[in-house]
Write a protein that binds this ligand. Sequence first.
Ligand SMILES: *[C@@H]1O[C@H](CO)[C@@H](O)[C@H](O)[C@H]1NC(C)=O
Ligand SMILES: *[C@@H]1O[C@H](CO)[C@@H](O)[C@H](O)[C@H]1NC(C)=O
Ligand SMILES: *[C@@H]1O[C@H](CO)[C@@H](O)[C@H](O)[C@H]1NC(C)=O
Ligand SMILES: *[C@@H]1O[C@H](CO)[C@@H](O)[C@H](O)[C@H]1NC(C)=O
Ligand SMILES: *[C@@H]1O[C@H](CO)[C@@H](O)[C@H](O)[C@H]1NC(C)=O
Length: 528
Amino acid sequence: MSRSSYFHQLAVLLLYARLASCVSVSIPVAAPSSAPTIASDYISFSIEQDRWTDWVGTTSRNQFFFNTLDNLNALTGAPPQIRIGANSEDHTDFNPNIQFSQAVFPPPTTTVPYPEATSIVVGNGYYQAAQFLPANTHVIWGVNLGQNNITAAFLEAKSIVKAFASSAIRNAGITLDAIEIGNEPDLYKNNGLRSSSYTSTQYVQEWTNFAANVSAAAGISSSSHTKFWGASFAGSSHSTTGFSPQAIFKEGILNSNAGSFISTISEHRYSGSFCSGSGGLLQDLMTKSTIRSNLTQFTPDITATLNNGLDYVLGETNSYSCHGAPGVSNTAGAALWTLDYLLFATQIGISRIFFHEGIGFKYNLIQPITLTRSILDGSTLSTPLPPHIQPQYYAAIIAAEAIGSTGNSRAVELSINNSRISGYAFFENNKLVRAVLIDSQAFFTTTTTPRGVTHVDLSITGSGAPTTMTIKRLAIPHAGDTSGLTWGGQTYETSDARVSGTLQVDTANVSDGVDIHDTEAILLTFSD
Ligand SMILES: *[C@@H]1O[C@H](CO)[C@@H](O)[C@H](O)[C@H]1NC(C)=O
Ligand SMILES: *[C@@H]1O[C@H](CO)[C@@H](O)[C@H](O)[C@H]1NC(C)=O
Ligand SMILES: *[C@@H]1O[C@H](CO)[C@@H](O)[C@H](O)[C@H]1NC(C)=O
Ligand SMILES: *[C@@H]1O[C@H](CO)[C@@H](O)[C@H](O)[C@H]1NC(C)=O
Ligand SMILES: *[C@@H]1O[C@H](CO)[C@@H](O)[C@H](O)[C@H]1NC(C)=O
């Protein structure tokens, strides 16, 4: 055989192997006892607080933002929880003479087109704007620990409580679940907010001191609805030395009167920090094994937290810090990362996941106002970009549909012997109702081989096993696309963030299985 014909045959064989790949998935018909219950507001958001009123509105509601939250509310029966804080939380002062807020921003750069404010001063109207959130939203608000000025934390807490006691907020059923004191205190030693020798022991002392003051100011007690979120660390030592939940437990953060009002431990996670992007980096992000290892490293922290009877959340997370990697975090591939990441997190004791968002950040699910600068390089846009959703938003919608509206659905990850395909089954009243499959093999405009397809054989056995199903697809032309996705033939890329177009789903016999393509997610809904 000539060399070239040998390579030709090899190529055909490899192509065949790729096109004809097949995997079998066994799905239990009843929920395994290990299947965790998923909160209706499991998919939640963290908002950079310097531009909070751009998100929510000042004197009237930002209807676009409201609609993005309300879409999720309509699917699960609860709006996303909203944490307001993050980096600018530790640069916020209070002045009652300011109506909403005044912020000072550094100049934009190509790598950081929308920088956080270096200083922000807020007044009562800033907190009162929470009245424009969907009814029944649960809110967590951060106060300033970074500047070590207890007056700032005290005045902010007073104003927050005043807002949540107002009839506008109370009548809407919007509640303050918690106050967070300080953002990422483990980084204070690096960012100049404390000395380079700052330790978790010092943090516990400062936190306890602030919390005593803030709990008195905000009426936080053993009987109040409002509690504290603790930790909010950027990173973790995962051990009892350094910054970690287990370290601050050992150092007594829960032992003071105020410390006993901590309901929840929050930690933050980004999969890395990249200020420039590439196709390779997008495929890295979408890798099944590293999605799992990014999350399972928190298992000791989660175990320590749950052993203390507290809730554990990822209170701030997204793909890559630097507000996202351009051409990576803002793409359809990142939507598949989001879906697999948030669903996997349900499996290891994380009770809610808060995707971090800031105006113009690359990794946003939602861009709630008109932008005049490019999110990728800060250049002036020739035409302003109206409010819009980004590809990751579809992941939130798909997960919300999978979780459903019963308020007690449970999920398990399916064991799938394929390094690119993951799956989860969902149960209501113990009965299998839906499954999500994700194929995170990145298919790019530059991919020279045909798009791969894998046949998934479904084995559902046991009494009451469903025989038919509908198949709904997230259609993605290419992994690097930043728009043009459709979910069941419909789009959320509309001027008001409401879904548009005709729903298209296929009906099939479970025994026929389903084909999944590279860079695709599908939702199976089972019936008898
Ligand atoms: C402390 O906080 C208060 C209220 O935010 C502010 O008016 C004051 O200037 C701050 N003090 C310092 C030293 O920053
Ligand atoms: C909290 O701090 C403020 C500002 O320093 C102070 O006025 C107030 O008395 C403190 N409250 C308590 C309970 O210590
Ligand atoms: C997290 O994911 C990234 C890929 O996005 C990977 O490079 C990194 O090694 C992962 N980290 C851990 C701790 O698994
Ligand atoms: C998993 O797939 C690999 C090849 O893709 C195969 O060699 C192996 O036997 C499979 N393992 C199981 C448990 O089916
Ligand atoms: C399902 O199977 C039945 C019985 O074999 C067949 O009649 C029917 O056409 C199949 N439905 C689909 C959608 O393939």
